[in-house]
Ligand binder design. Structure first.
Ligand SMILES: Nc1ncnc2c1ncn2[C@@H]1O[C@H](COP(=O)(O)OP(=O)(O)O)[C@@H](O)[C@H]1O
Ligand SMILES: [Mg+2]
Length: 258
């Protein structure tokens, strides 16, 4: 699969998402120091590093929750650095959160439907295939048996994280940003995450995956970059990253690998 992907990437001239020397400071803390990488369609790009390295900050910069202090963010060749969060979502950049953010008092179907609004505004949500696609995604997430009229609170933590991914994917994103999707999940649930990500790949979505579960990261990411204290200390394919001395010292050799 990876060789085919490399060939495909070489043929694709314009990356879907590009970060070019993106910087962010919080007072004296440099959370992102000249971060550069690009994501192509149908690629899983891993973003790893110890806690506090600046991973979530990058998602917040890409989605416009934080404004950048320097550098540019480009979507399919268009400069979107200063676009609003809302516009970025409408352009197809969607995310999930480290801890699921759902409407606690609403039922499951209402929570799932929150994303479709975005796709509708982009003119690509077909009511007709909405249900079919939702069922496909729910099945991949191991949730085909749930009653959609139930309160979201009836679902387990892992199931709620899955609902966030289903919701994000229902909006037909171009870029899917996953912030530690496997954290707190059991092995079975991790398999569901892999199934959902595989659907995203088939649909040519670019996936940015932040994750500490190294087996998962190394097995499903095509390329990755490693952050430490806001610095990009290495980038490459999984085999290169696993052998990189600086990465082993800062991250892989430590207790973060648990
Ligand atoms: N809104 C904020 N205000 C101040 N500091 C922040 C804010 N968001 C993140 N930081 C700081 O930026 C650094 C990176 O944080 P974060 O991106 O959450 O790391 P990670 O997701 O890799 O664990 C940390 O030092 C964190 O305290
Ligand atoms: Mg984080």
């Amino acid at each position: 699969m990876k060789n085919t992907l490399e060939n495909t990437l070489n043929e694709q001239k314009i990356p879907v998402l590009t970060l070019n020397k993106v910087c962010k400071r919080f007072g004296g803390v440099v959370a992102a120091d000249d971060i550069s990488f690009e994501l192509y369609g149908g690629e899983i790009f891993g973003l790893i590093g110890p806690n506090g390295a600046g991973k979530t900050t990058l998602i917040n910069l890409i989605t416009g929750i934080y404004s950048v202090d320097g550098g540019t963010i480009t979507l399919s060749g268009k400069n979107i650095t200063k676009a609003s969060t809302h516009n970025k979502a409408r352009l197809g950049i969607v995310r999930t959160f480290q801890h699921p953010r759902l409407l606690d008092r609403c039922d499951i179907k209402t929570n799932i439907a929150l994303g479709i609004d975005l796709a509708g505004k982009r003119g690509i949500a077909e009511a007709k295939n909405y249900k079919e696609r939702m069922n496909t995604l729910l099945e991949a997430a191991g949730l085909s048996g749930v009653n959609l009229d139930d309160s979201i609170e009836k679902l387990s933590y892992g199931q709620q994280k899955m609902i966030e991914i289903v919701r994000a994917m229902l909006s037909h994103p171009k870029v899917l940003l996953l912030d530690e999707p496997a954290a707190g999940l059991n092995h079975q649930e991790m398999e569901y995450i892999i199934k959902l990500v595989n659907i995203a790949l088939k649909e040519n979505i670019s996936v940015l995956l932040i994750e500490h579960a190294m087996d998962l990261v190394m097995s499903i990411c095509h390329r990755l970059t490693v952050l430490n204290f806001g610095h990009q200390i290495a980038s490459g394919v999984p085999a290169e990253i696993q052998e990189n001395e600086a990465v082993i010292k800062a991250y892989l050799g430590g207790s973060h690998n648990a």
